[in-house]
Design a binder for this molecule. Structure first.
Ligand code: ZN
Ligand code: ZN
Length: 336
């Protein structure tokens, strides 16, 4: 089969790769598409990434073979499958830290979403695979994984009705956050330097938005000068942290959603201490977050259709990466 293989040093090209074979409890998917995630790009720019590797984890595909004992799907079904699955039973899992479970970190789709076929391992089949109903398109279905991560973040950032929340970065993830935060009852201020993104966030429910100066003023107005209850960082990296503390109220929370290699904390601990600020983070999602995300997308409760702005074939994945890095594309969808 063909797969887009990352070989380090920015080299990313379609190559022949062995088609995976499946065992008991496993499923083989012929992929119809896979979303390109900011974390895939993070791995491409991180020199520590182990290569060769096939990235991509926001997969949608058709079942072409099922292993012995699989009853949850049949050949011909259209499904989404998550890449990581926790054990559900360890100390981490029992305390809601499923994404820190040892099983979670070692599970994966084989070889990855930017390929023609993937093997879905048995635990993923059991706990993190969903049959896509006919009224939900492939592109919309590919948002189950990223939406699940955002749902987890909204919970971990402890949003309460009436809170004012600033979302930094209005790419596809920022646009998912805007919608989830409105559902949670918050006032939402979007922050991005790209005017079209601010406009889209407004159509998706943001109460105000603009570049940093405008967002800072908007949040002051909404909170009568008190400051935002939360700032969610989906872009801008660690450099955005000092700005986040300026727009945050005393006792507020910074949620660091998108991190990368080399990020260090450019903040005096004293600021966190005296102002009783909290930093929370989210890494990936759990099976219950995925189930909730699937329910929201299947129910049409979250708008995802407008977020895919570019579609590229597997052979042109490098082009899709450039589009995202130049911030031209909101979301790139990759098709074999
Ligand atoms: Zn992702
Ligand atoms: Zn576990």
């Amino acid at each position: 089969m063909k797969a887009a293989v990352y070989r380090g040093g920015g080299r990313l090209a379609a190559e022949d790769w062995p088609t995976p074979s499946i065992g008991d409890g496993e499923v083989l998917l012929r992929l119809t598409g896979c979303g390109l995630c900011g974390s895939d790009i993070g791995k491409i720019v991180d020199p520590a990434t182990k290569v060769p590797v096939i990235l991509g984890h926001e997969v949608v595909g058709e079942v072409t073979a099922v292993g012995a004992g699989v009853s949850s799907c049949a050949v011909g079904d259209r499904v989404v499958a998550a890449h990581h699955v926790p054990c559900g039973d360890c100390h981490y899992c029992r305390r809601g830290s499923e994404s820190m479970c040892a099983a979670f970190k070692t599970s994966n789709l084989d070889p990855g979403g930017f390929a023609e076929y993937v093997r879905v391992p048995a635990p993923n089949v059991r706990h993190a695979m969903f049959r896509v109903p006919p009224h939900v398109g492939d592109e919309a279905a590919s948002f189950v994984e990223p939406l699940a991560c955002c749902l987890r973040a909204v919970r971990r950032a402890r949003i309460e009705p009436g809170d004012t929340t600033v979302v930094v970065g209005l790419g596809s993830i920022g646009c998912l956050f805007v919608q989830l935060l409105k559902r949670a009852g918050a006032w939402v201020v979007g922050c991005d330097t790209v005017r079209d993104r601010v406009a889209l966030a407004g159509r998706l429910g943001a109460d105000a938005g603009g570049p940093p100066e405008v967002a800072a003023l908007a949040q002051q107005k909404l909170t009568a000068g008190r400051g935002a209850d939360q700032v969610i960082l989906t872009g801008g990296g660690a450099e955005a942290l000092p700005w986040a503390t300026e727009v945050l109220r005393d006792g507020g929370t910074i949620h660091y959603f998108a991190g990368g290699g080399g990020d260090a904390l450019p903040l005096p601990l004293e600021t966190l201490y005296h102002r009783e600020l909290t930093i929370t983070t989210t890494y990936s999602s759990s099976p219950s977050d995925l189930a909730e995300a699937f329910r929201l997308i299947a129910g049409g409760d979250v708008e995802v259709g407008r977020l895919v702005t570019h579609r590229v074939p597997l052979e042109s994945l490098a082009e899709g990466v450039d589009l995202m890095r130049r911030r031209e594309a909101l979301k790139v969808y990759v098709t074999p």
